[in-house]
Design a protein around this ligand. Structure first.
Ligand code: ZN
Length: 490
């Protein structure tokens, strides 16, 4: 079953490799030395500019952190941990070893981050972290914005349904672009072979184009004219699967018109939901194109898993899952963790309960602007909460209260059940001072403690204290540590 699914996901696999992965899981570091994962993501700047012993001692003392997830490859200043500036470049804060990067337009200078003197941060961090009992897992989170200082990225980006190249969120690099595949697979092989790491986490905070067109996103209002992807590689793959590309494109144009009309306040004659459903009946190719995007990302993840494992079987490979999946019944349907179970060692659902209140209100506003336009916003919010199985505050209070720890319980249980029968661990990401807008609730040591308890009382095998050490108030991190000690985890 494992192997068949692996191959279904598009991985070119031999029996030896597939067998090897299963057997190697048994002697993974976790199996050999059972230790509950307590992980901490962190920007690069403190690792480059501050005393590492002080940072790691603080994490250990406050919350028993035993794994570090630095944002190792990014062209986003906030993930690097520096203010935006015209001279900012970003990239790989390790050192690109060029033999791993074949057939990609990105050159050494494109990939190599020059900040902090261009030194290999990863090389410097690993031995110091090890001394503190902390393993290092490079975290590669796809950039939201197109890196303007690296024009060679452009040919890797998606193309919208009008044929225009995208320049950032909600578009991004195309999972079917062989040169983007080569870059990413080269990067994971580079990390897996060049450094003594515990593993890697990869993430992509995006969703399929149709859901963006329909404004079903926690992010700011999207442009419905930017549905992706219609690049030459996606078109060829779609054709090979028997999808009529022109009909798919026409369906997205119709969806764009539906959303634009709703934004001008024109209520559809037959109602929003009936119009949406009719659109699917008239253009079933839209759903086929959606599925192409979703399965292409899963194939991409399976390829990352295979490349990393074949380079270094001991590294643990896992995925960051965007919080939007937990807000959207539509994206929940697309991002079935069961589909990832055969190419994962761990999965981190982002379950930031405090900031979830404001984010869910944003999501509801988007849904209300199209698919759920027939319902008043408060009713749309209630319907979505019911569809997702949550028991949270009403619409007008949600941003001020945030989501409760019960949301963490429900989503952790659902994630654990989704991968049942597979040797995959669930390490939820919990909210410790993820930034919020004015008037929204804030974390406390007690609220963080409740989230920690929710994770471990719901069957998770580890936790990722989120989302960035640099954002956390020390007392709230200590709140996590207190709960972890009471649970006997640390
Ligand atoms: Zn494409």
């Amino acid at each position: 079953m494992n192997r068949r699914k692996f191959i279904q996901l598009g991985v070119v696999s031999t029996g030896a490799i597939a067998t090897g992965i299963d057997s190697l899981r048994a002697d993974s570091p976790l199996a050999a030395k059972p230790q509950t994962m307590v992980a901490m993501p962190i920007s690069i700047a403190p690792l480059a500019q501050q005393d590492l012993d002080t940072i790691f001692a603080d994490m250990r003392e406050r919350a028993g952190v035993n794994a570090l997830f630095p944002f190792m490859y990014t062209h986003e200043p906030h993930r690097t941990g520096v203010p935006p500036s015209p001279s900012y470049h970003g990239g790989n804060y390790g050192r690109p070893h060029m033999k791993y990067y074949q057939d990609t337009p990105l050159m050494f200078d494109d990939m190599h981050a020059p900040e902090f003197g261009g030194v290999d941060i990863l090389e410097g961090v690993i031995p110091v972290a090890k001394k503190h009992g902390i393993r290092v897992f490079p975290f590669v989170l796809e950039d939201n914005s197109f890196p303007k200082t690296v024009p060679n990225w452009q040919s890797l980006y998606e193309v919208d349904h009008h044929g225009r190249p995208t320049t950032g969120h909600p578009g991004g690099p195309c999972f079917n672009n062989p040169q983007y595949q080569n870059f990413t697979l080269g990067l994971v092989e580079d990390y897996a072979r060049s450094y003594d790491i515990g593993g890697m986490m990869w993430g992509s905070e995006r969703q399929s184009g149709f859901l963006n067109t329909l404004l079903l996103s926690q992010s700011d209002i999207q442009d419905p004219g930017r549905t992706t992807c219609f690049c030459e590689f996606c078109q060829k793959k779609g054709l090979d699967k028997g999808i009529d590309v022109d009909r798919a494109r026409a369906g997205y144009v119709a969806a764009e018109q539906f959303v634009r009309a709703s934004r001008t306040g024109k209520n559809p004659r037959d109602g929003y939901f009936a119009t949406f459903w009719r659109l699917l009946l008239q253009y079933p190719e839209v759903l086929a194109w959606e599925n192409l995007w979703v399965t292409s990302r899963h194939e991409f993840q399976a390829a990352i898993y295979q490349r990393a494992k074949s380079a270094n079987p001991k590294v643990q490979i896992g995925w960051h899952v965007w919080q939007n999946v937990s807000f959207s019944p539509f994206q929940r349907a697309e991002e079935n963790l069961t589909d990832l179970a055969t190419c994962s060692d761990f999965i981190r659902p982002a379950l930031y309960n405090n900031c979830a209140g404001g984010r869910f209100v944003s999501f509801t506003k988007g849904a209300h602007a199209a698919v759920l336009g027939d319902l008043p916003p408060s009713t749309a919010c209630e319907a979505l909460l019911d569809q997702l199985g949550y028991n949270e505050a009403p619409y007008d209070k949600l941003a001020a209260t945030g989501f409760s720890a019960d949301y963490v319980v429900r989503e952790t249980k659902r994630s654990v059940e989704s991968v049942a029968g597979h040797p995959v661990q669930i390490w939820p990401g919990i909210d410790i001072d993820v930034p919020v807008s004015k008037g929204e609730s804030h974390c406390t040591p007690e609220s963080v403690g409740l989230a920690v308890n929710a994770v471990f009382n719901s069957g998770a095998q580890g936790i990722i204290l989120s989302r960035n050490y640099t954002e956390m108030k020390p007392e709230n991190l200590s709140g996590a540590g207190k709960a972890l000690r009471e649970l006997g985890i640390i």
